[in-house]
Design a protein around this ligand. Sequence first.
Ligand code: PLP
Length: 434
Amino acid sequence: MTSKPTPVHDFETRQIHAGAIVDSQVGARIGPVYQTAGYLFSSFDDAEARFAGTTAANVYSRSDNPTNAAAARRLADLEGGVAGVLVGSGQAAIAATLFALASQGDHILATANLYEGTRQMFQGSLARQGLVVEYVPESASDEEWASKVTERTRAIYTETIPNPKNTVVDLERLAGVAHRAGVPLVVDSTVATPYLCRPLEWGADIVIHSTSKWLAGHGSVIGGAVIDGGRFDWAANAERFPQLTESPRPGVGSFVERFGASAFSVYLRSVIVLEYGPTVPPTSTFLLLHGVETLSVRMDRHVANAQVVAEWLDAHPAVAGVDYPGLPSNPYHERAKKYLPKGAGSIVSFDLAGGRPAARRFIDALSLISNMTHIGDVRTLALHTGSTIHGRLTEEERLDAGITPGLIRLSIGLESARDIIGDLEQALQRATEE
Ligand SMILES: *Cc1c(COP(=O)(O)O)cnc(C)c1O
């Protein structure tokens, strides 16, 4: 059983040192990339023991890779969890988590404002697999949330800072709702990163990241991570989670009996990832680890730039509205101060008064800022989501989701704020020219 380590060092130190591989062969200071499919078994008995799981040694890189394990330990440490699992993308992290928690006919409650890729998975592929995701507005009362829980409910799912609308979620309240219902709170915290918010400290049970974004930080890798908080009482809710609380085969204890607080993450890695195979290449993880080492430094700059740009946009006559919780006028400002005291992330969305025609002129006039779908890059990125990510929705669905025709999403990078604003200024000028 893994117990939660008490951090002896500060976040800035742990992002560099936690979980690092100490190479005993040549003393390499940087953890090696274990680019290998498999591992040599030392004997007949060793092979048998590894397959039986009675030794912790690696078996096969689909689920066991020391480079990936090192990054999983580091991210778990930074989030304050007991263990982590690395997978091939943020989408894979979400799918694997829900496959681990729920099966056909089961039910997930989710806040209504979610990353569009997640929403499409919930309504498309997961629905086809028989998983029912029901949306509840985050603002619904505790009673309304409770009234939606059924005996088939397996999780409450939300995002710390939903993407693309920055409607900061009240994690502490939702954790209470989830625990009274006997299910874990699962939080996609990609946009916050563990530097800005650690959902486990507010009662969440499982944290998901697209590591492709700020964690890797340089726009060069795709990856995902799932962090196990280790505190959810699976045994007390055994009828909902037999995969963790019942013996998988005669003579073998349940995951909870064998792995205690890490039962969920061991199940996720040794059953779900092993069987479905959403493996991340260790070369990608090597780049992720380099990104994580500078996370705090980059995030401080990301949020400082985002604040300056948001304030500048807010005062611009061509801009009808700015969505950034760091602005005192934002309805989520107080909540952001509670959950995001170091800064409200670096997604700044704004609405062009001139609607879609102005948005087209604005996007085509950008020069320093990249027009692309991605977030959390050192580069500043812009996207008209209504014609791209949200292009498949009807106009009515878009407006319901707050995606107005002139909405531009910016992921503020690490360039000088002066240069970012310079490019925005000339593009806004062009946007207002008929
Ligand atoms: C990008 C993103 C994902 C998906 O991650 P990928 O690594 O692109 O698969 C999931 N959730 C959020 C909030 C994201 O921003």
